[in-house]
Design a protein around this ligand. Structure first.
Ligand SMILES: [Fe+2]
Length: 202
């Protein structure tokens, strides 16, 4: 992420009265199609959404409505990045507040880059979007350079590329390490999980 991004300057998001309110996937996808013409960026958000939902269901024992919250946060976390680079994160947050979306979804999006937005991850949903975001993009970059893409891509080769600073240099290894330091999950487990759950996302 660019260093031009400004801190959000606040810590409280959404209205507690909206707890449980999310938007249906069709609406989230419609918003993505409208706000994010770049297909690759849209795919990134769909991948993070899929990985978030799968993690909630598989690892957190979440029920379906909770898993859909995780998915929505992933789906929309960069929704304003392309059209409003100077207002990144602020614009989508204000949009979701205007739509009366669950404050946990909004806080999750607000905390997906603590160094940039000035909002610390507070719960597992927040911590996992932070852990998945950069790593998901990195793994996709690693898949794209292979003739067989995700087919046969393994954790070891991703680990090796992470140690190669010139590969996908824009992906912040510092952010990945910082996110990892906040959760009780190994990098290997995360990489394997991401490969498995984002490889078929279209
Ligand atoms: Fe992202």
């Amino acid at each position: 992420m660019s260093s031009a991004i400004l801190s959000l300057g606040r810590q409280v998001f959404g209205n507690p009265a909206n707890k449980g309110n999310i938007m249906p996937p069709e609406e989230a996808h419609a918003l993505l199609n409208e706000w994010v013409p770049n297909e690759r960026l849209r795919l990134h958000m769909k991948q993070v959404g899929a990985v978030m939902k799968a993690w909630a269901l598989e690892k957190e024992g979440a029920d379906e409505p909770t898993a859909r919250k995780w998915e929505l946060a992933g789906l929309l976390h960069d929704a304003d990045w392309e059209k409003y680079p100077d207002g990144h994160c602020r614009v989508i947050i204000e949009k979701l507040e205007a739509l009366n979306i669950d404050p946990e979804v909004i806080h999750c999006i607000a905390s997906h880059g603590p160094r940039y937005f000035g909002v610390e991850p507070e719960n597992n949903m927040d911590r996992m979007i932070y852990a998945f975001d950069e790593l998901s993009g990195f793994i996709h970059a690693a898949a794209l350079i292979r003739p067989t893409r995700y087919e046969g891509l393994d954790t070891k080769s991703v680990l090796k590329k992470l140690k190669t600073p010139s590969f996908a240099a824009q992906v912040s290894r510092d952010d990945i390490n910082d996110a990892l330091s906040r959760i009780d999950v190994t990098l290997e487990v995360l990489i394997e999980f991401i490969i498995r759950h984002q490889k078929d996302v279209q």
